[in-house]
Design a protein around this ligand. Structure first.
Ligand code: SAM
Length: 268
């Protein structure tokens, strides 16, 4: 792999980035005060960017490296693991197997962890759970593994649905106990087995502005008194979510924090 190392950052050399592209760079990356420009072959460069250095580097298999560094993630009673680390989880922890791939939700983001912890703090036996923005299906699958009788995951991104279904299968969740559908709240949820679309628990890992928009739509999907679990919220955006919940009549608001992220629970 041929890499041209140019001192500086994208900010300090903003004017020079186009010169690298024009010279044939196939990719640019900034690492520790150096711009790394990837080239297929050594090529003459314009004067303004000649203060760098050509280097031949060993090819790296980023995916293999990412996978090799994955560790199990404990979140309450559940430990989220890739398939090849399943044996590292022992009772009483419940293993939740997620194949890392294109959909968000491997457990390595604080918001996923916070949401699985919040689900794991509930008694879900025999309950129904709606997971809005299901991604890899991780939260709906966690709910099913924690005893929910039915968990529905919805996502506007169609790519997530087969991934979530595969993950549910990997975890041995029977088809009748989980379902994944493309869509969002406000859409008819076709084939939904829950009467009137009213769930015992609603969990959503989205972002604050979307919680603000959807807060009114959460109400008809949650039984009175049912817990609402919202995350994907940056600490600075908490007031927006609090105001939306107050506006829609949610009570018993609690907040948990992890770094810059917050999880909010409330009751319908
Ligand atoms: N639930 C997973 C987790 O907790 O790790 C994934 C959460 S990921 C942060 C958010 C997901 O919400 C994405 O898969 C995205 O496609 C989906 N999404 C974004 N806007 C949405 C909307 N309006 N309705 C439903 N899903 C949405």
């Amino acid at each position: 792999m041929l890499v041209y190392h140019l001192p500086g950052t994208f900010d300090t050399r903003d004017d020079h980035l186009d010169l690298l592209w024009q010279a044939g760079a196939t990719g640019l990356e900034e690492r520790a005060g150096v711009i790394r420009a990837y080239f297929d072959e050594q090529t003459p460069l314009p004067e303004a960017v000649r203060d760098g250095e050509w280097r031949q580097e060993a090819d790296q298999d980023w995916l293999a490296e990412f996978k090799a560094n994955l560790r199990p993630v404990a979140a309450g009673r559940v430990t989220i693991v890739p398939p090849w680390l399943r044996a590292e989880v022992s009772a009483p922890q419940v293993p939740l197997i997620i194949e890392p791939g294109m959909a968000f939700g491997t457990g390595h983001h604080a918001t996923t962890r916070l949401a699985v912890e919040a689900l794991s703090a509930l008694n879900l036996n025999g309950r129904t759970v709606l997971d809005v923005g299901t991604g890899s299906g991780v939260l709906a699958i966690a709910a099913a593994l924690l005893g929910a009788r039915y968990a529905l995951g919805v996502d506007i991104d169609p790519i997530t649905i087969p991934i979530a279904r595969e993950n549910a299968e990997l975890n041995g969740v029977p088809a009748g106990r989980s379902a994944f559908m493309e869509g969002t709240l406000g859409d008819e949820l076709p084939g939904d087995v829950v009467e009137d679309g009213v769930y015992d628990v609603l969990v959503a890992n989205l972002y604050a502005e979307l919680h603000d928009l959807l807060a009114g739509a959460y109400v008809p999907h949650l039984r009175p008194g049912g817990p609402l679990i919202l995350t994907g919220i940056l600490l600075g955006k908490l007031p927006l979510v609090r105001a939306a919940l107050a506006r829609e009549g949610f009570t018993d608001v609690t907040v948990r924090e992890d770094g810059e992220w917050a999880l909010v629970t409330a009751r319908a």
